[in-house]
Design a protein around this ligand. Structure first.
Ligand SMILES: *Cc1c(COP(=O)(O)O)cnc(C)c1O
Length: 395
């Protein structure tokens, strides 16, 4: 089916809650993707951050193919080796914790919110989150998301969320009272425009949490699983959270979400208090294990750091030549180029040149490339973006 017939199909049968490009994508390989007219696109935003190994990474494809023929789904009333091994792989790369499995980022955060309320004394229920943050679309995670535009018309929201400016420790301290149970934060804000915290901020949150008996929750849905060049972003800052949530890249594009916490805290999520029917299913687990192993076998954390250096150098240089670039923020394959102008036309012009990018927070061009992007592809993508940004600056 061609792109225009597919668009018609959507008009008739699919709820129009997304702004979609009029393009029907049919297959992908690494950082390339093709539409039904056989146009080739270079994808610097594969799978909205989920395809950290690019499209259809062979090792993950193989693991899923093998697993799907053996066992697709059994309920969490049974043990499954593959889920246990997945938990071990995640635990050994992070802080030695235990895992609760679900299917998405918002669900992982809901689990974290419930855990925080269950783990702390009964009167404690308030959670401090941050302006510009993003935690998901279900009502708890949505309330945690301190961005009014996402709340419009949906109230009343969930009680007990207080918002502080990102980076402002004093504001956090003022919000803490005897009903506060947790602080929830993205160690690097994604949707909020690839915002890197000021020095000492996460350390300060750790101290406030410790001093006041709060759980420190890091939402690593976007930053986790190698995106920043470490397994998890918290490892850059030398601050270990009590709870960490993962999704997006965790299964290379198969639906999967995880909440990790320490063995001391984990029993507070006691039997009967939380569940996810599909959580930790064998296919997600097989994909999750293959994802981590492929990154390790192919030494992709090092490649991620190299790509980050490449993008930073290129865009910092471009900033000198192009007056619409305000700031360049890069950690591994998480790239934010903040403009002084609206970013949507830049994304549109890149699309016309068959380069897939994203704009977030109005003025931030965001790239979440695959960690196995080749240097030639990185060069190709930067060249197009440079042309487009210069042409927009000249308008
Ligand atoms: C995408 C995202 C979420 C929500 O994940 P879903 O899988 O869409 O529910 C939560 N937190 C962060 C930091 C994200 O980037």
């Amino acid at each position: 089916m061609n792109s225009s017939d597919t668009v018609e199909l959507f008009k008739k049968y699919v709820i129009p809650n997304y702004g979609r490009y009029p393009v029907n994508l049919v297959r992908g390989e690494g950082s390339l993707v093709w539409d039904s007219e056989n146009n080739r696109y270079l994808d610097l935003f594969p799978g909205w951050g989920c395809n950290l190994l690019g499209h259809c990474p062979p090792k993950v494809v193989k693991a899923v193919q093998d697993q799907v023929a053996k066992l697709i789904h059994v309920p969490n009333t049974w043990h499954m080796e593959v889920q246990g091994l997945w938990a071990q792989e995640l635990s050994e790369r992070s802080f030695g914790g235990q895992a609760f499995f679900c299917n998405s980022g918002t669900e992982a955060n809901e689990a974290a919110i419930k855990l925080a309320r269950l783990h702390t004394p009964k009167q404690r229920y308030k959670i401090i989150t941050f302006e510009g943050g993003f935690h998901g679309r279900t009502l708890g995670s949505l309330t945690a998301t301190a961005q009014p535009k996402y709340h419009e018309g949906l109230g009343p929201l969930v009680a007990g969320f207080n918002y502080a400016p990102y980076g402002d420790l004093e504001a956090v301290e003022k919000l803490i009272d005897e009903e506060t149970c947790a602080i929830m934060v993205e160690p690097i804000q994604g949707e909020g425009g690839v915002r890197i915290p000021p020095a000492g901020f996460l350390q300060g949150l750790r101290k406030l949490a410790d001093d006041n008996g709060l759980l420190l929750i890091f939402d690593e849905v976007q930053t986790g699983c190698g995106r920043t060049g470490n397994w998890f972003a918290y490892q850059h800052f030398g601050v270990t959270p009590d709870v960490m949530t993962l999704a997006k890249a965790v299964c290379s594009g198969i639906a999967g979400g995880v909440m990790m916490t320490t063995p001391a805290i984990a029993p507070s999520l006691r039997p009967g208090m939380h569940a996810a029917t599909f959580g930790g299913n064998p296919i997600a687990a097989a994909a999750g294990i293959a994802t981590l192993q492929a990154m390790e076998e192919d030494d992709l954390l090092a490649a991620t750091k190299r790509l980050g250096d490449f993008f930073r150098t290129r865009f910092e240089k471009l900033k000198q030549e192009c007056n619409i670039i305000q700031e360049v923020r890069v950690v591994g394959v998480m790239v934010g180029v903040e403009l002084t102008v609206d970013g949507a036309p830049v994304v549109q012009k890149c699309l016309e040149r068959k380069l897939l990018t994203n704009c977030t927070h109005g003025r931030v061009i965001r790239l979440l490339p695959a960690m196995n992007l080749t240097m030639e592809q990185a060069e190709e993508g930067c060249k197009i973006l440079e042309d487009v940004l210069k042409s927009v600056a000249a308008e």
